[in-house]
Design a protein around this ligand. Structure first.
Ligand code: NAP
Length: 256
């Protein structure tokens, strides 16, 4: 089936952690296809910087041809997630994107670092999926869940035990939810990005490590957040109706 412009008109999508980076690109890509997109942000203790970023993303969704809205909640806190989802009357597409990368060798990794990584990356996807499931079951055509994993969830990575474990966990959650929700027409897939240029990779990787990583990518370039946005917009659309329980690797060939 050919890619249909505006195929998501009338659909409502929620993208977690969408005030910047890959989440922002996903929100805009869904907006380009005509969706109403709820841009989730992490409310911070001292006010509104993330909310302002999220509102700017919502405006970009409008400009792309969709309809933007914002919702602040912390995915790692189930009460906050439940409260946030309760305010949403219709939901067709859920994208579990919010994540953090806390890196360090495992012998020195603290309980706090481990728990924070798992709480945001894995528990967050579970809490949000659980809270959104009843809305997705009511979606008119078929509800869609798209979880953002990572290449390291399949390959592992030294210095990223917690991050890789959380992203491997996302794959188990994806396949289990796909099996559980298939009879109700909801598809559940994962996108596993490789090395994508966002603040996550800019902040955590020294230049020398970046150059070495680039060498190992067959396409010899770093991915853009839009590459992930396009893959998610495809999985959210009618062209992907018969795809469920799959992992779509968007990594320039880094892992085949
Ligand atoms: P990013 O720019 O750091 O974006 C992560 C987003 O998640 C931020 O908007 C962040 O909000 C939000 N977030 C963090 N904790 C949250 C919470 N508790 N509740 C709600 N939102 C929260 O990183 P990115 O590169 O775009 O990453 C997006 C996703 O792609 C992540 O799941 C990441 O693991 C995955 N990924 C990235 C790469 C890569 O190469 N960049 C590769 C593979 C997978 P704040 O800005 O307020 O912290």
């Amino acid at each position: 089936m050919a890619i249909q412009d505006k195929a998501l008109q009338g659909k409502v999508a929620l993208v977690t952690g969408a005030s910047q980076g890959i989440g922002k690109a996903i929100a805009i890509a869904l907006g380009k296809r005509g969706a109403k997109v709820i841009v989730n942000f992490l409310p911070d203790a001292n006010g509104s910087t993330r909310e302002a970023d999220a509102r700017a993303v919502a405006a970009e969704v409008d400009a792309a041809g969709g309809q933007g809205a914002v919702a602040g909640f912390d995915v790692s806190n189930s009460a906050s997630v439940n409260e946030g989802i309760k305010a949403i009357p219709q939901l067709d597409i859920l994208v579990n994107n919010a994540g953090v990368a806390i890196n360090g060798m495992l012998m020195r990794f603290t309980d706090e670092q481990w728990l924070k990584t798992l709480n945001i990356n894995l528990n967050g996807a579970f809490f949000t999926t659980r809270a959104a499931a009843s809305l997705l079951l009511k979606a008119k055509d078929a509800g869609r869940i798209i979880n953002i994993s990572s290449v390291v969830g399949e390959s592992g990575n030294g210095g990223q035990a917690a991050y890789a474990a959380s992203k491997a966990g996302i794959l188990g959650l994806t396949m289990s939810a796909a099996k559980e929700l298939a009879s109700r027409g909801v598809t559940v897939n994962a996108v596993a990005p490789g090395f994508i240029d966002t603040s996550m990779t800019q902040e955590h990787l020294p230049e020398a490590a970046k150059a070495k990583l680039l060498e190992s990518i067959p396409l010899k370039k770093i991915g853009k957040a839009e590459d992930i946005g396009d893959a998610v917009a495809f999985l959210a659309g009618p062209e992907a109706a018969y795809i469920t329980g799959q992992v779509i690797r968007v990594n320039g060939g880094l892992l085949m």
